[in-house]
Design a protein around this ligand. Structure first.
Ligand code: AP5
Length: 182
């Protein structure tokens, strides 16, 4: 079976939902951003994980390639990652050809939430240096993710499943994900 990929824009709550899912069913989850950050730190390229999306696209892609190889070597894990990364130079694909080749996805989950809820969650999360996007920009990013997910599915034959992570509904979102991934 190919990899299960869970995506969503920053602040949508994919890590919160995946941590709950992992705890409930003992699933192994690899956070792509964490592996990338290990690579970036080792190479002296970033001091914080929120710095990575500001690096030159070629540098991000090089770190991304190494992270994909490392995660592929972990065996059967659920991959918590990004359909697109919003960079100063435009949307960078989170799953370009070399990542798809390494991970061979069979299911791509898009975690979504109301644009205004994501806006508020980001504003309330003091642990991160999150982008101060407008609600309109958040809407655009979620739309781009759907388009990119369709492209990845077309290239790989993976199925695409959307999960709503509405406010206060982590458990419902978790059950929805478990129905597809476990
Ligand atoms: P990563 O760490 O994955 O960045 P992120 O999207 O910001 O991930 P988070 O886990 O912080 O956000 P989240 O959406 O999971 O929300 P959270 O659960 O924290 O990646 C870091 C960097 O790595 C990226 O910026 C990029 O540079 C790079 N990267 C990653 N993948 C890449 C790839 N494939 N290619 C290239 N680069 C890549 O929740 C947010 C807040 O909301 C929390 O306070 C939480 O308590 C709250 N919340 C969650 N759910 C609910 C709910 N239902 N109701 C109320 N509050 C909720």
């Amino acid at each position: 079976m190919g990899a299960i990929i869970v995506t969503g824009i920053p602040g949508v709550g994919k890590t919160t939902v995946m941590e709950a899912a992992a705890k409930a069913r003992g699933l192994r989850v690899a956070v792509f951003g964490t592996v990338m950050f290990e690579v970036a730190q080792a190479e002296g390229l970033a001091k914080a994980r929120d710095d990575m999306r500001k690096l030159a696209p070629d540098v991000q892609k090089s770190i991304q390639r190494e992270a994909a190889v490392r995660i592929a070597a972990m065996g059967q894990v659920i991959v918590d990652t990004h359909c697109t990364v919003k960079t100063p130079k435009g949307y960078l694909p989170g799953l370009p050809a070399w990542v798809l080749d390494a991970l061979k996805p069979s299911v791509i989950v898009l975690v979504e939430a109301a644009d205004a809820d994501i806006h508020r969650r980001r504003a309330n999360d003091a642990t991160r240096k999150r982008d101060e996007d407008s609600i309109e920009a958040i809407r655009e990013h979620q739309e781009y993710n759907r388009r990119f997910a369709a492209a990845y599915a077309t290239l790989t034959g993976a199925t695409v499943h959307t999960v709503r992570n509405d406010d206060g509904q982590v458990e419902r979102a978790m059950k929805d994900i478990l129905a597809v991934v476990a």
